[in-house]
Write a protein that binds this ligand. Structure first.
Ligand code: TZP
Ligand code: MG
Length: 236
């Protein structure tokens, strides 16, 4: 009897519907990032980005490995913010890079063709540039001003997001985008609605930090956000 060859590691599907970005400093007192991320995934988070701006390389890799053990259990991709070297050391599914980070082609060379690589864009110039790469998705933001990232570019608001989506649809029609910046359960539906492009695909998802990370009930916070994202707003 011949034994089955061991199957390769499954490539995790890219579902951007509810994108959790972390920031350990915003956790409620007593919470751990591992348990918070696990609860949020149980509530419906579809992808996680580890964004820990103050960690040095070794503790960042360490935390990345611990969080990856959680995300892997649920088949949810884990990406690392800014640090392609940390993503490579953790062996997670990819990285998210911005305008000031490593350039996209170098990140792709390091992480390989199967990695998920996302790029942050804040305006049409950056979106045009990012859409000329083979990146997997765009993170558009901040859509609204947010205390979570005081040094962020000026907010682009739903109209700016709509213009970016319309531009992207002419250059890379199948490139999905998420928005980030003060998204919460009170504005998610109006945000999706007001950002919808005249031509091309609407937003593929919403990305949040504080709406889930600062919540004492991350599972409920996630399930509420996901169901609001998935259901049409009452006025549409
Ligand atoms: N990039 C643009 S806004 C932002 C990032 C990382 C922070 C979003 O955090 P919050 O708490 O969801 O407003
Ligand atoms: Mg960055």
């Amino acid at each position: 009897q011949s034994s089955q060859p061991s199957s390769p590691a499954p490539t995790l599907k890219l579902d951007l519907s509810l994108y959790l970005v972390t920031s350990s400093s915003l956790l409620p007192p007593g919470a751990t990032l591992e348990s918070h991320v696990e609860a949020a995934i149980k509530g419906g988070v579809t992808i996680v980005q580890l964004r820990e701006k103050t960690l040095d390389t070794a503790p960042f890799i360490n935390l990345g490995k611990r969080i990856h053990a959680v995300t892997k259990k649920y088949g949810v991709p884990l990406l690392i913010n800014d640090r392609v070297d940390v993503a490579q050391a953790v062996g997670c599914e990819g990285a998210h890079i911005g305008w000031d980070d490593m350039d996209y082609n170098t990140a792709r060379l390091i992480l390989g063709p199967k990695a998920i690589i996302g790029i942050s864009v804040s305006n049409l110039t950056q979106a045009s540039h990012a859409a000329s790469t083979t990146c997997d998705y765009l993170g558009i933001g901040p859509i609204y001003p947010t205390p979570t990232k005081p040094d962020a570019s000026p907010a682009c608001y739903p109209t700016g997001v709509r213009h970016i989506l319309e531009l992207v649809s002419t250059k890379r029609p199948n490139l999905p985008s998420v928005v980030i910046g003060s998204i919460n359960h009170t504005n998610v539906q109006s945000t999706i609605y007001k950002s919808r492009p005249r031509e091309g695909a609407p937003l593929a998802g919403i990305a949040v930090i504080s709406a889930i990370i600062s919540s004492k009930e991350p599972e409920t916070a996630a399930s509420t956000l996901l169901s609001l994202f998935k259901s049409p707003p009452p006025w549409a």
